[in-house]
Design a protein around this ligand. Structure first.
Ligand SMILES: Nc1nc2c(ncn2[C@@H]2O[C@H](COP(=O)(O)OP(=O)(O)OP(=O)(O)O)[C@@H](O)[C@H]2O)c(=O)[nH]1
Ligand SMILES: [Mg+2]
Length: 369
């Protein structure tokens, strides 16, 4: 309420600065026009302009992303002075949107290099400025996915992985000339909205408060599973269950525990009446969650935080090696689940692996006739 009132009086008070950049002709100006006016306009190359700003209200599934976008000129083409200025603005943004032209395979490596310059080079930082925080979300949009000669998204993702593996930086394929869901923009901005909402928590994921909160949540989740009283039995719950078991017990042991646990929950719970246990589907999701966990970048902890984490995790190692060896009964094991380490924060897992939230992901793996 108060926020709405302040928004009316000072429309720019809660706007966050988001940097928008990429090589020339990747669609920067087109994107800003589309987000601001909802339509595609003819653009001319932006030459010699260091920044253009636009206040945007981007609708997302869970609210509106209110921001001021700072669109840069193509950084690689700017003289060094403007390149440094561009960098100083980008590194102080709350998030960065990086555009890459999917049809320009020859310059893909250049785009990756330019983003790496932004992320890693420290020699030309303005006095007193810090490098870009590792928790700043970076949304990479591969534009022109509507065109037949566009590179496959997987190839673009692979090219960026080597510099983004330790960050929140997924690549979304988009088409800026298409409308609605076909453009791919709503998924991308839903992710960015969620990432910004969760960023403070992820940034301080090592702090004992956040750890404590996670511990409570996880314990109550395990208890509900044990007593067949989860609030719902949906895709989200399945993914979370798989995540909790696999991060605690590893794939080998965790896999059998998930199979047994889900099957037994389905036979006992009234929520699952009419449902049957599906071996292939369960196996598919175990693999997907497992790959997501394997690709999680490590979170570095200060020594203080590491000690706290150690204290909170209690006898995590003994649980891993003894309890599970003697029993594969998921219900009893989850009731004794130790608190998660900061690395196992579920929200962070979802942000880094947004594809796990798509319940119909399996359809992509059915061979086309
Ligand atoms: N088909 C298709 N065309 C696109 C897409 N994105 C951008 N374009 C076209 O690409 C051209 C360049 O887009 P701009 O928005 O001017 O690119 P820019 O990054 O601002 O380029 P500079 O100002 O030169 O740095 C325009 O003709 C756009 O219509 C897309 O997703 N699909
Ligand atoms: Mg432009």
């Amino acid at each position: 309420m108060l926020r709405q009132f302040i928004n009316r009086l000072y429309p720019n008070k809660y706007r966050r600065r988001i940097g928008l950049s990429g090589l020339d002709s990747c669609g920067k100006t087109t994107l800003v026009h589309k987000l601001k006016h909802g339509q595609v306009v003819e653009t001319i190359p932006t030459i010699g302009v260091v920044f253009t700003t636009a206040d945007l209200n981007i609708p997302c599934s869970e609210g509106t992303l209110r921001c001021t976008v700072w669109e840069t000129g193509a950084p690689g083409c700017s003289p060094q002075r403007s390149r440094t200025t561009i960098k100083s603005v980008l590194i102080s943004s709350v998030a960065i949107i990086w555009l890459v032209n999917s049809c320009d395979g020859e310059r893909l490596a250049e785009s990756v290099e330019e983003l790496a310059y932004l992320l890693f080079s420290e020699h030309d930082l303005p006095k007193g400025a810090n490098p870009l925080s590792t928790t700043t979300p970076i949304l990479i949009l591969a534009t022109r996915q509507d065109l037949p000669h566009a590179l496959p998204l997987s190839q673009i993702q692979k090219a960026f992985t080597k510099i983004t593996s330790t960050r929140l930086a997924p690549v979304f394929g988009v088409s800026l000339i298409q409308e609605g869901p076909a453009s791919g923009l709503s998924d991308a901005f839903d992710w960015l909205h969620a990432a910004l909402k969760n960023a403070p928590a992820s940034a301080s994921a090592g702090s004992s408060t956040v750890l404590h909160k996670q511990t409570l949540l996880l314990k109550s989740f395990s208890r509900q599973f044990h007593s067949i009283s989860l609030p719902s039995w949906d895709h989200y719950v399945h993914v979370r269950l798989a995540y909790v078991i696999l991060t605690t017990f590893g794939r080998q042991k965790g896999k059998d525990m998930i199979f047994e646990g889900i099957e037994s929950y389905i036979t006992q719970s009234s929520q699952t009446r009419g449902r049957t246990f599906h071996v292939t589907m369960t196996y598919f999701w175990i693999q997907i969650v497992h790959f997501g966990i394997c690709g999680m970048p490590p979170l570095s902890l200060s020594s203080d935080e590491a000690i706290k984490a150690e204290e909170n995790t209690g006898d995590h190692r003994s649980l891993d090696s003894t309890v599970v060896e003697s029993s594969l009964d998921l219900a009893s094991v989850t009731s004794t689940l130790s608190p998660p380490t900061p690395q196992s924060e579920f929200a962070r897992f979802l942000l880094i692996n947004p594809f796990v939230t798509q319940g119909n992901l399996w359809r992509n793996f059915i061979p086309r006739r």
